[in-house]
Design a protein. Structure first.
Length: 401
């Protein structure tokens, strides 16, 4: 029994989306193109949330604006309040062009078995099921309600892949081995369970984020029983963090910026550099650490009710009480830096920028990752190069599933 409403004319929109993705070079495989044309995205995203200029969230009905739903954009599907009156995003429907690009990068052939970490709406699982067949597709998500919804929507379209509500870091060992694991979430280190659950020569594709915003997609091949290795994708991408339990993301930390006891100096580095040159932020994170808060300061020092208020500075902070605030306005090319706490954070960003510049401002695909049961190593150009960074090892599951 189909869950599509015959009065909703969606097929031309899906066909247009497939054509646009193909024209943009994000969809080259004909079988995957057929999947995009045959899959009604609005069924998986009947409603979505859109943020207005003043910062409030408004719920939209997908059938009211099918061109928007079948555009190459991400759609926020689940939000939740967090302490302090703010809102956090729990789930979204990923940008379709990113989905197709990731699926194609797996190098799937007929008969391949794929595990998806992060079921979400189920749309990506539908594309995979159409391409490979239901019995070849497995998907896990930490949110039971999302899994139940996705299962019903997939079944309504005639798809019955294996869906499980579970902490995705554990993978799905009872159905391993897989030819590929695709994770639509960000992890600080690739869980070793994922590596163990792909066959030798199999692929794991995930968003590695060593700190908030610091990292991108990395494609690893299982080289042998004790090692997986690969490069970062040339194009930046970002996903929400993998969560180990249902519910909202953990609350962040707050560091008071005491300007009366700060050290002041100037910098020529653009205060937006960590976000306009994302590789700089990635390299800086090795020194800054895994927990970093950042944002913009507005004139009265608080979050404005009307978010169009122009900020005056950017800031970063770490849980040890260190902070840096850099004015957006420049005087003869120099921005004022205020720093407090035990470490000088902006200096670490400046040092990362100098290093990146000395390397010739390389792109993401010049960097790679090697992971073993004990170690995680980022390298530049090739494994074992002169420029390597050792990160915390991959997490291991120690409690029963």
């Amino acid at each position: 029994m189909s869950t599509t409403n015959p009065d909703v004319v969606w097929a031309p929109h899906a066909a247009r989306l497939a054509d646009e993705l193909a024209a943009a070079g994000k969809l080259t495989e004909p079988r995957l193109g057929e999947a995009v044309r045959a899959t009604p995205r609005h069924v998986f995203v009947p409603t979505y949330h859109q943020q207005t200029p003043d910062g409030t969230w408004v719920e939209r009905t997908s059938t009211d604006d099918l061109p928007a739903v079948y555009a190459n954009t991400a759609l926020i599907t689940t939000i939740a309040p967090v302490p302090g009156g703010a809102t956090t995003v729990l789930s979204s429907s990923t940008q379709p062009g990113l989905m197709t690009r990731m699926i194609e990068s797996l190098g799937l052939t007929d008969g391949a078995r794929v595990l998806e970490i992060g079921t979400g709406t189920g749309y990506n699982a539908a594309l995979l099921a159409h391409r490979l067949g239901d019995d070849k597709v497995f998907s896990v998500d930490v949110e039971p309600d999302l899994v139940d919804l996705a299962r019903r929507r997939l079944a309504g379209l005639g798809h019955h892949p294996t869906l499980v509500a579970r902490d995705g870091s554990a993978g799905l060992p009872e159905h391993a081995p897989f030819d590929a694991i695709i994770a639509t979430c960000a992890v600080a280190a690739v869980p070793w369970a994922w590596i163990e659950q792909v066959r030798p020569g199999g692929v794991v594709l995930t968003d590695l984020k060593t700190a908030p915003g610091a990292g991108s997609l990395v494609r690893l091949t299982r080289v042998d029983a004790e090692r997986a290795e690969g490069r970062f994708d040339a194009t930046y991408a970002a996903f929400m963090d993998l969560r180990y339990t249902p519910g909202s993301n953990p609350a962040g930390f707050r560091v008071e910026r005491d300007h009366d006891h700060a050290e002041y100096r100037t910098t020529s580095l653009d205060p937006n550099a960590p976000w306009t040159a994302l590789l700089v932020w990635f390299l800086a994170s090795f020194d800054l650490g895994p927990e970093i808060a950042y944002g913009y300061t507005i004139p009265d020092g608080t979050i404005p009710a009307h978010r169009q208020t122009a900020p005056t500075a950017s800031w970063i902070a770490t849980p040890d009480g260190s902070w840096a605030e850099i004015t957006l306005a420049a005087d003869n090319g120099q921005h004022t830096v205020a720093e407090g706490g035990p470490r000088r954070l902006w200096y670490l960003v400046e040092r990362a920028h100098h290093f990146w510049t000395d390397l010739g401002q390389p792109g993401w695909d010049r960097f790679g990752l090697t992971t073993t049961p004990q170690t995680t190593t980022v390298w530049f150009d090739r494994p074992g190069s002169a420029h390597t960074w050792h990160l915390p090892g991959p997490p291991h599951r120690t409690t029963p599933i």
